[in-house]
Design a protein around this ligand. Structure first.
Ligand code: SAH
Length: 394
C-alpha cells in the first residue's frame, strides 16, 4: 500500500493552490514506512487526497508533488508525458532561434528537482531532489523514448543534494561519447561548451533572450562585458557590430573558452580584449585610469544562496553597479542582471537607482529583461522567477 502523509489542520492551502512543496512543519503524521524518494499520497487532516508526492526524509521540504491527480501513476510513462508536453512548448517558442534549450525547468514544468537541458542532440540532466533521484531510471527511459539514442549526461554534482540526503554525482547515463564538448548554435552563433566541466549543466541558456536584446545597444559601441564566462554576450555584441569589446572573468578557463568561441565564429580574437581579473578590482582600476565605455554588461554569478546573505549581496550588487555607472559614457547603456531568486525585482531596481545616485549619475530604465522563454515560471510556483535584468540609459 502507498504510504501516506497526513497534514495538520489548515496546512493544505498551498497544495490546493497547486504549489508543489510540503514542509516538515505542516505534517501531522506519516503512515507507513516510505523509502527516500518513494511516491506517497498526501492527504489533509480530513483524509482528502491532495497530491502524489516524492518523500524526502532529510529535507525541510519533506515531500514534493508529482501530481495532483489521484489516478496518476508515477512511472516512465508519466515522465514521458511531461517531457513530451514540455518539448512541444520549447519547439513552439524557440523555433529556429537555437538548437539548445532548457527542456525541463524543474518545479515550473511539474517535475520538482529535475532540470534537463538539450544541447544540439546531447541531453544533460540534473537530479536535485530525493524523488528525482529515485526515478532517475524512469526519467532516462522516458528521455530515450522521446530522443532515441541521445547521449545523456548527468550533472548532479551540486551541494544542494546534501539537503536531500544525496551525494553529488556526475557522468554518462546513456550512450556515452568520447568527448564532453558540445557545439550549439544560438541565433546563428556557434558556442562551444563542456557539459562535464562547465558551470551548472554547461551553459547559461537562461540569458539567450537578454543576449539577443543586448545587440541593439552594441552597434558601433565600446562594450564592457563583465563576468563573461563563455563570452556569449560578447559574440552577440560582435555580431551586432560593436566597435570594441572587453571581456572580463576571474577564471582562466572561462577566458580561454571565450577566446575559443570568438575564433569558432570567425571573429578575430585579436580585435577583442580578454581580461582575467576580478571585476570588483578591475572596474576600480579602470575608474582610476579614466577609462569609459558606451555599453556595460553586468551578469554576475548568484550572490545570494539564502536569506542571511541578502544584505551582503545587496552591497555587492550596489558596488558593481556604482562602478559601472562611473565608467559609463554620457548617453551610454548599462545592462545589469541578477540571477538570485531571493533578490526581488523591486529591490534590485532600487539598488541600481541607489548605485546611480552614489555615482552621481542619473538615467532612465528603458527595458526590462528576464530569463529566456524556455525557463518558464509555473503559475503556482512564483519562485521559478529568478533572473531579472534592467537596461538603463544614462
Ligand atoms: N555572462 C555569462 C554567464 C556569467 S556566469 C553568460 O552569458 O554565459 C558568472 C561568471 O562570473 C563565471 O564565469 C565566473 O567565473 C565569473 N566570476 C565570478 N566572480 C567573479 C569576479 N569577482 N570577477 C570576475 N569574474 C567573476
Amino acid at each position: 500500500m502507498t504510504a501516506r502523509i497526513v497534514l495538520n489542520p489548515g496546512r493544505d492551502k498551498s497544495l490546493i493552490r497547486k504549489h508543489p512543496w510540503v514542509f516538515s512543519r505542516a505534517i501531522k503524521e506519516i503512515q507507513g514506512k516510505p523509502e527516500r524518494g518513494e511516491t506517497v499520497e498526501v492527504v489533509n487532516n480530513k483524509n482528502n487526497f491532495l497530491c502524489l508526492a516524492a518523500y524526502s526524509p532529510d529535507s525541510q521540504i519533506t515531500a514534493r508533488a508529482w501530481s495532483f491527480n489521484a489516478k496518476d501513476t508515477i512511472d516512465a510513462d508519466f515522465f514521458e508525458q511531461k517531457i513530451t508536453k514540455a518539448l512541444k512548448t520549447r519547439l513552439d517558442i524557440i523555433a529556429d532561434e537555437s538548437d539548445a534549450y532548457r527542456l525541463i525547468a524543474a518545479e515550473s514544468d511539474g517535475l520538482p528537482g529535475v532540470t534537463i537541458d538539450y544541447y544540439a542532440g546531447t541531453i544533460v540532466a540534473q537530479f536535485l531532489s530525493a524523488g528525482a533521484e529515485f526515478h532517475k531510471a524512469n526519467i532516462v527511459t522516458a528521455l530515450l523514448n522521446v530522443f532515441p539514442n541521445a547521449p545523456i549526461f548527468e550533472r548532479s554534482d551540486v551541494d544542494v543534494r546534501k539537503k536531500e540526503g544525496l551525494h553529488p554525482i556526475k557522468g554518462w547515463l546513456a550512450n556515452p561519447q568520447e568527448s564532453t564538448k558540445v557545439v550549439i548554435t544560438e541565433h546563428g552563433l556557434k558556442i562551444e561548451l563542456d557539459i562535464e566541466q562547465g558551470h551548472k549543466t554547461g551553459f547559461y541558456l537562461d540569458q539567450r533572450d537578454s543576449r539577443y536584446a543586448t545587440r541593439k545597444y552594441c552597434q558601433g559601441k565600446t562594450v564592457l562585458n563583465c563576468f563573461s564566462y563563455t563570452g556569449a554576450f560578447s559574440l552577440y555584441a560582435k555580431q551586432a557590430g560593436a566597435k570594441s569589446i572587453t571581456n572580463v572573468d576571474i577564471s582562466a578557463n572561462a577566458i580561454a573558452l571565450a577566446r575559443q568561441n570568438h575564433t569558432l565564429n570567425g571573429f578575430d580574437e585579436k580585435e577583442t580584449e580578454f581580461v582575467k581579473a576580478d571585476v570588483f578590482k578591475l572596474l576600480r582600476q579602470y575608474k582610476e585610469e579614466g577609462r569609459k565605455f558606451d555599453t556595460i554588461i553586468l551578469d554576475p554569478p548568484k550572490f545570494v544562496e539564502n536569506k542571511h546573505q541578502l544584505k551582503g549581496a545587496c552591497r555587492g550588487y550596489k558596488d558593481i553597479n556604482m562602478l559601472a555607472f562611473q565608467l559609463l559614457n554620457e548617453g551610454g547603456t548599462l545592462l545589469s542582471f541578477s540571477c538570485s531568486g531571493l533578490m526581488e525585482e523591486s529591490l534590485f531596481q532600487k539598488i541600481i537607482a541607489d548605485a546611480a545616485l552614489d555615482a552621481n549619475r542619473n538615467g532612465i530604465f528603458i527595458e526590462k529583461l528576464g530569463q529566456a522563454k524556455d525557463h518558464p515560471i509555473g503559475l503556482a510556483y512564483p519562485e521559478g522567477y529568478y533572473l531579472k535584468g534592467f537596461v538603463v540609459r544614462a
